[in-house]
Design a protein around this ligand. Structure first.
Ligand code: MTE
Length: 314
């Protein structure tokens, strides 16, 4: 994803090294290594084990990608614009203590510790398809719970038509934020009925253990029928709004990244086709697979968009 249409080849795009100082990165990486942070070795899931139940009703039967595939090929521009930087640098982010601020059109507002938000909340494992707008895809065993359960606790008012979510802003910990690639912090949003839909998940884990930082620790969103950029990582604020929120990618390139971003093989990105996708981990010469309307979740969610022109609201 690039904020502006560009005719140059990907190999000519400024490398992230130019954006932020290598020296700072190295110092911080060494500091966090010295403080005992560990990385997954040999592809084994890292993180603390979670208690959860598999939700078969909301799980696909496709084979999940490996832990390695899910955690070493990431989009998390706060740590650099290439796929490898997040797994290398995301350990610079401190995920404890963590709190989430709730604001806007809700009766219950304020700042809540992550532990309090998660206390007593049963967790489920759901195996979802995940489709990036860049036309690669994954199948992931997430651990989390429906966003609607969390939002309901704040008692949104009748004026809450949308929900806006914001990622941590901490350039000392997130070196990518020192470059004006996006208008930081990263912001995403959903219509309130999309946010309350049972498929929309708050995710805290992966393969049965707490999320690695590069996948959006300590909590992120997963909206499986939308392009991956809607699934915002490392959330620190939830705001209920009357108006459609200004979201990071939509502001950066409104003709390329719409607010809705429902997976739709019939509407191409201005610079590439969305008709097919490459499943990560499949053999190099494997055929691309067809992309499914709403990423295969049409039976559950198509009714949310009845009467809307999905070419206009892309
Ligand atoms: N959230 C934040 N804060 N910053 C990002 O750069 N990238 C998005 C989304 N959430 C992004 C983000 C995009 S483009 C995708 S495809 C997914 O995260 C990637 O999630 P993954 O790395 O866990 O596969």
């Amino acid at each position: 994803m690039t904020p502006r249409p560009t005719p140059i080849a990907p190999s000519e795009i400024t490398p992230p090294e130019v954006y932020f100082s290598r020296r700072t990165l190295l110092a911080a990486a060494l500091a966090s290594a010295a403080s005992g942070c560990v990385r997954a070795a040999g592809g084994e899931p890292a993180g603390a084990p979670l208690a959860y139940e598999r939700n078969a009703r909301y799980s696909v039967s496709e084979k999940p990608n490996t832990y390695d595939e899910i955690t070493t090929y990431n989009n998390f521009y706060e740590f650099g614009t290439d796929k490898e930087s997040p797994s290398e640098y995301a350990r610079m982010m401190r995920t404890r203590p963590w709190s989430v601020t709730v604001a806007g059109e809700a009766e219950v507002r304020g700042r809540f510790d992550l532990e309090d938000l998660l206390k007593g909340q049963p967790l489920e494992e759901r195996i979802y398809r995940f489709r990036c707008v860049e036309a690669w895809s994954l199948v992931v065993p997430w651990v989390g719970f429906p966003l609607g359960k969390l939002l309901g606790r704040f008692k949104p008012t009748s004026r809450a038509k949308y929900v806006e979510l914001t990622t941590l802003y901490a350039p000392q910990q997130m070196p990518g934020q020192r470059a004006a690639v996006l208008n930081w912090p990263y912001v995403e949003g959903l219509r309130i009925d999309e946010a309350m839909h049972p498929l929309t998940l708050v995710v805290v884990g992966l393969y049965g253990r707490t999320l690695p930082n590069q996948d959006g620790a300590p909590l992120r969103l997963i909206v499986p029928w939308k392009y991956g950029f809607k699934s915002i990582k490392s959330i620190v604020q939830i705001r209920f709004t009357e108006r459609e929120p200004n979201t990071a990618w939509n502001v950066a390139a409104p003709h390329e990244y719409g607010f809705y971003a429902n997976v739709n093989p019939a509407v191409d990105h201005p610079r590439w086709s969305q008709a097919t996708e490459r499943r990560l981990g499949s053999p190099f010469l494997a055929a691309r697979r067809p992309t499914l309307p709403f990423n295969g979740y049409a039976a559950e969610v198509a009714s949310l968009y009845q009467g809307m022109d999905l070419r206009r609201y892309f």
